[in-house]
Design a protein around this ligand. Sequence first.
Ligand code: ZN
Length: 377
Amino acid sequence: MIRLPGLIDPHVHLREPGATHKEDFDSGTCAALAGGFTLVLAMPNTRPPIFDAETLDLALNAAKQKARCDYAQYVGAGPDNADVVAALADKAAALKMYLDITFGQLRLDDMTLWMPHFEKYPKQYPIVAHSESRSMAAAILFAAIYDRPVHIAHISLKEEVLLIRAAKEKGITVTCEVCPHHLFLTADSPLPQGDRGASRSVAEGGSGVRVNGRKEVRPRLATRSDVDALWENLDVIDCFATDHAPHTLEEKDSENPPPGFPGLETALPLLLTAVAAGPFGAAQGRRLTLDDLIQKMYVNPRKIFHLPDQPETWIEVDENAEYQIKAFEQFTRCGWTPFEGWKVKGRVRKVVLRGKTAFEDGKILVEKGYGRNIRQQ
Ligand SMILES: [Zn+2]
C-alpha cells in the first residue's frame, strides 16, 4: 500500500447547473473521491454559464449542498464581463477563456475581446485557456504582452508541447496540463462503438459516414507522433488533468454526439499502470515516476492555482492490485468509459479528507455537503 497526497484535478465538468442527467456536484464528486481526488476545479460552461455574481452563486449553492469532496468553481470570460469576473476572482477557481470552441455567452469572437480579461483579471490567479494549435500561440503571446500567468488546458499536439517548452525557456509565465486520454489514446485507437449510432445520409444533409460518437472529444485524439511527443516532453507538462466531461451513452451514440470523455475514475489507475510499466521510449531512459504523479497531480496544481492545504488529507493506493476498468463500477452518472476493459495496475483503497474517511473499498462514506469551497476560507 502506498500513501499519496489527496489529488487535485484542475479541470472537470460537473454539468451543474443545466445538465444534471449527465452529472451533478453529488455524482461528480463521488467519482472524484473514487478516483483519489480530494479537490476539483469545476468548469463554467454550464447552462447557464457561470459568468457573473448571480450564476456563480447558483453553482456554489448547488455545490454547497451536494459536493462530497472539496472544490472551487471557475468563472467564464464573455464578451463584456471582464470587470465583473475580475471582481469575483477571490471567490472563483480561476478565469476560463474559450479561444477556439466558442458558443453562447462565453463566445469571444476576436482578440479585442480577450484584451480586457488579460488586463483586468488579478495576476495571482491564472487565466486558463482552451486554445488549440495557433490560438495557443496567441494565448502565450498575450501572457507575454500582459505579463501575467496563463495555463493552457489539455494540450494534445507535438507543436503545442514544443512551443510551450520554448516559451518557458524565454521566461514567459505559461503552464499547461495534459489529459490521460491524450497520453493513452490516438485517433486510431479502436474504441467500442454503440449500435445505435447512425449516420445521416447525404440526402438527409449528413456526411453519410458513420461517426463513432464515443471517439468525439475536444481537443481531438491525435496522432501517434503527437502522443509520443507528449511522453517525450513530460518535463514540460505541469499538471495531469482529466477534463472529465461526461455525456450519457445515449447522447454519445446519437447522430450529433457531444464531444467529451469521463475521466475522474480512470486517470490514476492508468497513470499508475504507466509508472509500473517502467522505463519507456527509444532510449529506454525515460520513465514516469510516482514522484512525477505527485508533482503533476498535487504540487503543481496547488502552486499554479494558489490552492490552500487540505489538512489531514491523503489517499491510500494498492499499487499491486490488477483489474479491468468497468464502467458499471463507476460513480459517474454517464455510464461509460473510453477505457472499458483496459487492464490496469493500482487501485484507490481509501481516501481521507480533512480527518474523515471519505471513501473506502468502493464505498463513499461522507455525506452530501461535506465538500468545502476552498476559496471560502
Ligand atoms: Zn474541458
